[in-house]
Each structure stands twice: as C-alpha cells, then as structure tokens.
Design a protein around this ligand. Structure first.
Ligand SMILES: Cc1cc2nc3c(=O)[nH]c(=O)nc-3n(C[C@H](O)[C@H](O)[C@H](O)COP(=O)(O)OP(=O)(O)OC[C@H]3O[C@@H](n4cnc5c(N)ncnc54)[C@H](O)[C@@H]3O)c2cc1C
Length: 377
C-alpha cells in the first residue's frame, strides 16, 4: 500500500517539529520524516537561550519576527507541558556580564538601554562588591558588570521532543527515513507541483512538502532545481557539574559564556567554526572553552566535565532564515536557515509555515525571509 499524508515534513529538528505542531493545531495531518532521531542534531543540543532583543538582524529585518517568536514561546510552554508531561525548563533568565576593566562597560551600554526600555526586561550596573554578593564564585578580577533579566531559557531537547509528542497526540506521524528526492507531477524538476517524497526504501505521496532540513538543506537543491544557500556553522559546548549551590545567573565576559541550568549543571561555550559537516567534539575547542570559562568562575577548573557536544547551525549568507514557498513550486515550502536563533525562532517558523499552508498568508513578519531573495551566483 502506498503511504500517504496531507503534508510531509522533512527533518525533525525544532523547525520541522514546530511546523508539525502548528499544523496539527489547525487540524492538518502531517508526517515528519527524520533520517536519525527527533532532536538528534543542533535542536537537541543548543544552549536554549531565547533573547529576542539582540542578534543578527535585530533591530532590523529579524526584529519583529524574533519578538513574535519569543511571545509564542511564552504562550506555548504550559500547553506543551500539559499535553506531553515533559519538563521544558522554560524560565526567565538573569544574567551578569562581567567587566574586567573600565573599558568593558562601554560595550554594555546598548544592552542597558535596550533592556531598560523593554517591557518585561530590566538591567542595572553592578560594582565589584555587588557582583561578588550575587555569587562569590565569580572571579575576584571582576571590576563590576551589568545585571540583566528578561530573556528566557528552555531545554532545547525537551522542547523539541514536546513539539513532536504534542503533534503526534493531535494526529501527526513522526517516523524514521532518509528522504532522497521528490516526485514531480510533470516528471521534471521545473517547478509546478510535487506529488510525493522519495525515501531510500519507498515513497510517501502527499499534497504538500515542507523541507526543514537545517544545515543539510542544500541536499534539496537538485531535487527542486533551485538555490538554497544554507551552510553549517559548527558549535561546541562543555557541560559541567558545578558543586552546589546551583548558579542562578548566566555569565559572560572575557570571551566566555556560562549558562546556568535548573538541574545545577553549567554549560560553557560557545565556539563558531566553518568546518563543513564535521561534528567531532575537538580537543582544541575543549581547551579554549574551558580557558574562557575559568576566567569567569575559577572553580570550574576542578569541576566534573559531564558532556562535550558539537553540532551544526544552519546559516544563510544574510544570517536570516529561509521561510516560505519554494520559488516556482505551488506546494513546496522551505523552513530553514535560522542560524544561531533556531530555537527562539521555531514557534514563529512553525506557525508561519502552518499559516501559509492553511490560509495562504500569515500575520507574522516573515516577508524578509522569502526564499526568492537568493539567486544562484
Ligand atoms: C552550540 C550551539 C548553540 C546554540 N544555541 C542556541 C540558543 O541558545 N538559542 C537558539 O535559539 N538557537 C541556538 N542554536 C541554534 C539552533 O540550535 C539551530 O538554529 C536550530 O536547532 C536549527 O533547527 P532546525 O530544525 O532548522 O535544524 P536541525 O536541528 O539540524 O534539524 C534538521 C533535521 O533534518 C534532518 N534531515 C536532514 N536531511 C534529511 C533527509 N534527507 N531526510 C530526513 N531527515 C533529514 C536532520 O537529521 C536533522 O535532524 C545553537 C546552535 C548550536 C550549534
């Protein structure tokens, strides 16, 4: 019997699972096809920081969409936890940017102004004594810093799993398979309609296809005869057990970042390297992350390393996502290229693509992400 589905989504990262979830909420049945595991790539290992006020294209073409996605996150967590029983660890984040010399304060002025002016966010200067009162483990070399509160955090793995589980409970199918091509109604890759997805061991017929393949999106260029410029940016993180008490603040400064997790672990990072599809955790990254983390919390030099992860961010030439209808195709959609913000942006990606499929349009600010903006060099 030929397998069929209203919509096939290729890729079960945060993007693909969010599309499946929002489609399911609109009553549309989708099949998500994943080559490996749900949340098995960057979506399961990301730091999970959701900062809608800063990053590539913010303020600018990404600003409104980042804010909309952030608001969707805040509404989503309770529903997802209730529907799936998974603990997403959704929370508001308190951070300290640590200054090591007077000159560091000028780099923090933009954040102070931005956080102070935004509802639900706050920021204030700290002197050296106040930094140590907040946590005496922070380096004595600090001359002060900036306290801020208002970004959010989530456990990326649990969050992505919850999207997939909640979509399944509403009728979606999530299954293993490697997609290796598309079936075209005209038999050629010249636009028009796609009628199915080819797997290594079969075929799934469908009315619509969503390609949410993250850093592997270029695989689909020959399937469609179009240009999908997404490249992998490698990132590594070290996870430590920091002896109690749990750290209450994310820390940054001196080239390092430390993310405090509700289970008492601290995650340190992050690296950024263009190394193709290399996903090996490297000794050089381990050394450089540890060196910069120890600058912030010297005690980390003796903490137990519990995990070292390496994975790939899907990055486009303008650092903006690729969202919308594939050029020349009436029933193929691209949901990729969210770069360093793919967890933050995923509810916007999911809802935006689900709106396009069910209503032909969306109120979300995705016009700057039109796949047509790139032409083959
Ligand atoms: C170190 C690090 C830290 C990060 N921290 C943050 C953060 O704090 N906040 C934030 O918002 N973002 C963060 N990100 C970015 C975020 O992780 C990514 O943008 C996001 O996970 C991308 O999601 P995705 O679904 O597009 O891709 P992926 O998670 O890569 O999922 C794509 C899926 O498609 C599957 N696939 C590909 N080709 C096929 C095929 N032919 N057939 C079947 N399946 C296929 C893959 O197996 C994969 O599972 C971080 C990334 C890294 C690397």
């Amino acid at each position: 019997m030929v397998e069929t589905s209203e919509v096939v989504i290729v890729g079960a990262g945060a993007a693909g699972c969010a599309v499946a979830y929002y489609l399911a909420r609109s009553g549309v049945q989708a099949t998500v096809i994943e080559e490996q595991d749900v949340a098995g790539q960057a979506s399961g290992y990301a730091a999970g920081l959701l900062n809608p006020l800063q990053g590539h294209g913010i303020p600018g073409p990404m600003g409104a969409f980042a804010w909309e996605s952030y608001q969707l996150h805040l509404k989503l967590w309770e529903d997802l936890q209730e529907e799936t029983g998974l603990n997403l660890q959704g929370r508001t984040i308190s951070s300290i940017r640590v200054a090591f010399e007077e000159a560091d304060f000028s780099d923090m002025e933009d954040t102070l102004a931005l956080f102070s002016a935004t509802d639900g966010f706050e920021a204030r200067w700290l002197n050296a004594r106040e930094v140590h009162e907040l946590d005496p483990r922070i380096t004595p070399k600090s001359v002060g810093g900036l306290y801020s509160r208002g970004s959010a955090g989530v456990d990326s793995y649990q969050y992505t799993m919850a999207l997939a589980e909640a979509a399944k409970k509403r009728g979606a199918v999530v299954r293993q398979g490697k997609v290796c091509g598309l079936e075209h109604s005209n038999g050629r890759m010249t636009g028009g309609r796609v009628t199915g997805v080819k797997l290594e061991d079969g075929m799934v017929s469908c009315d619509r296809v969503v390609l949410a393949m993250g850093p592997w999106s270029r695989q689909a260029e020959p399937w469609l005869g179009i240009y999908i410029p997404v490249d992998p940016l490698k990132g590594e993180i070290l996870r430590f057990d920091l002896p109690a008490p749990a750290l209450d603040y994310d820390l940054s400064g001196g080239g390092g970042s430390i993310y405090a997790k509700p289970d008492g672990q601290v995650w340190c990072g992050l690296t950024e390297e263009w190394k193709g599809f290399d996903r090996q955790a490297s000794e050089s990254a381990r050394r450089s992350i540890l060196e910069s983390a120890v600058i912030l919390i010297p005690e980390l030099a003796h903490a137990q390393l519990v995990m070292h992860t390496a994975c790939l961010r899907p990055v486009t030439p303008d650092w903006l996502p690729i969202l919308g209808q594939a050029p020349g195709y009436e029933n193929v959609y691209l949901a990729t290229g969210a770069g360093k913000k793919g967890i933050l942006l995923s509810p916007g990606i999911g809802k935006g693509i689900a709106d396009l499929i069910t209503k032909g349009d969306t109120e979300l600010a995705i016009s700057a992400f039109d796949p047509q903006r790139f032409t083959k060099p």
